[in-house]
Ligand binder design. Structure first.
Ligand SMILES: Cc1cc2nc3c(=O)[nH]c(=O)nc-3n(C[C@H](O)[C@H](O)[C@H](O)COP(=O)(O)O)c2cc1C
Ligand SMILES: CC(C)CC(=O)C(=O)O
Length: 348
């Protein structure tokens, strides 16, 4: 994690608390970072690794690598370029981009910026279902019309987590384009209260039918919910504890992935996130059954420090680390990573 003092000077204490913070005592936030080092890599030697292939397949489409930009709200509070910065970085590095429905830049503007950098670049749209269903439905239409290829419905946010940093700073948000385009700044508490806490599996079916694109459910941590997601027609599942921002003391993403992959692996695409900062974290996730990995804050710090270029530098470094990991693991194709390459690390 980057030096917080430096970032505080750049973006201010309210935004830093919102971006960096987690729920409750931040046990899950810290555990997300620590969890990756509980798994040890098991390199194989004397394998020809002169050619490497980082590729994966998501929703039936080959992708040159498995690193995905996580949906993150209010990016103009990290840097004035906001979502355009992370989206351009994604387009330049052939990374799949997921735009938050609590974006500070409109979905068509983000799509245009990506197409200008890399025609045919791909992006998914993340949806929160708001109490005002019409707002969510309008967002889905905008996303579909501007070439977003899948709808990521986030299901771990019926209400906001207990976020003490925001309570202390009283951070307010400007320009949330979906909910309050030209109104006054709103506190995060006011914005979060617009989410619909009565959402159930039946509503997922309704949005999936209306979406006209594949649906991925984000924020699943239990194998029985993963099975239910598959039964409800989801094309993908993002195993995630929301960056430790919702319920404190849950499992980390990677710890939750293992039983979920056992339950539904192979029948649906599996993605995981939480605390990913290194290429070898990505390799471990793939070895344990993920098809792709989302990166959140690590990328946001790149955006805050250096705009689009800062975000691109972060993505390029993680990809270079993944390439090096494949060579050193003796597994030249990311798609061939399996449980033989990773195991529990002896503690003590
Ligand atoms: C500042 C911030 C805003 C976020 N906003 C959203 C959001 O709008 N929608 C969503 O589904 N997840 C959101 N998330 C969760 C991320 O998509 C992702 O699950 C999480 O950040 C991954 O953990 P990491 O930050 O440790 O990489 C947000 C996370 C952060 C840090
Ligand atoms: C606007 C929020 C709901 C974004 C979010 O998911 C978060 O802050 O964790």
């Amino acid at each position: 994690m980057s030096d917080p003092l430096d970032l505080e000077a750049l973006i201010g204490p309210g935004a830093l608390g919102y971006f960096a913070g987690g729920a409750g005592s931040e046990i899950t936030l810290r555990d997300n970072l620590a969890s990756w080092s509980r798994y040890a890599l098991h390199p194989r030697v004397l394998v020809d690794v002169s050619e490497r292939d980082l590729g994966t397949t998501l929703l039936g489409r080959y992708r040159p690598h498995p690193v995905v930009v996580a949906p993150m709200a209010y990016q103009k509070h990290a840097h004035e370029v906001g979502e355009l910065g992370t989206a351009e970085a994604a387009a330049r590095t052939e990374s799949l981009y997921v735009l938050s429905s609590q974006t500070t830049t409109s979905p068509p503007d983000v799509a245009r910026a990506m197409e200008a950098v890399a025609p045919g670049s791909d992006r998914w749209f993340q949806l929160y279902v708001f109490r005002d269903r019409a707002v969510s439905h309008d967002l889905v239409v905008q996303a579909r019309e501007s070439g977003y290829e899948a709808l990521v419905i986030t299901v771990d946010f019926p209400v906001a987590g207990w976020r003490e940093r925001d309570r202390r700073t009283g951070f307010t948000v400007e320009h949330p384009v979906a909910l309050n385009p030209s109104g006054p700044p709103l506190t995060t508490e006011q914005l979060f209260a617009m989410h619909d806490p009565s959402l159930t599996w039946d509503d997922i079916g309704e949005f999936a039918d209306a979406a006209g694109m594949p649906v991925v459910l984000k924020g699943i941590l239990r194998p029985d919910d993963a099975e239910r997601a598959v039964d409800s027609g989801a094309a993908g599942i993002i195993v995630s504890n929301h960056g430790g921002r919702q319920l404190d003391t849950t499992l980390s993403g990677i710890d939750a992935l293992v039983p979920i992959a056992q339950a539904v692996g192979g029948s649906v695409d599996l993605l995981v996130d939480g605390g990913v900062t290194r290429g070898w974290d990505v390799a471990k996730a793939l070895a344990l059954g993920a098809d792709a990995v989302l990166i959140g804050r690590h990328l946001l710090w790149g955006l805050a420090r250096g705009g689009a270029q800062g975000a691109e530098d972060v993505l390029r470094q993680v990809l270079a680390e993944l390439d090096s990991t494949l060579a050193l693991l003796g597994c030249p194709a990311a798609a061939d990573l399996d449980a033989s390459y990773v195991g529990p690390r002896a503690v003590g």
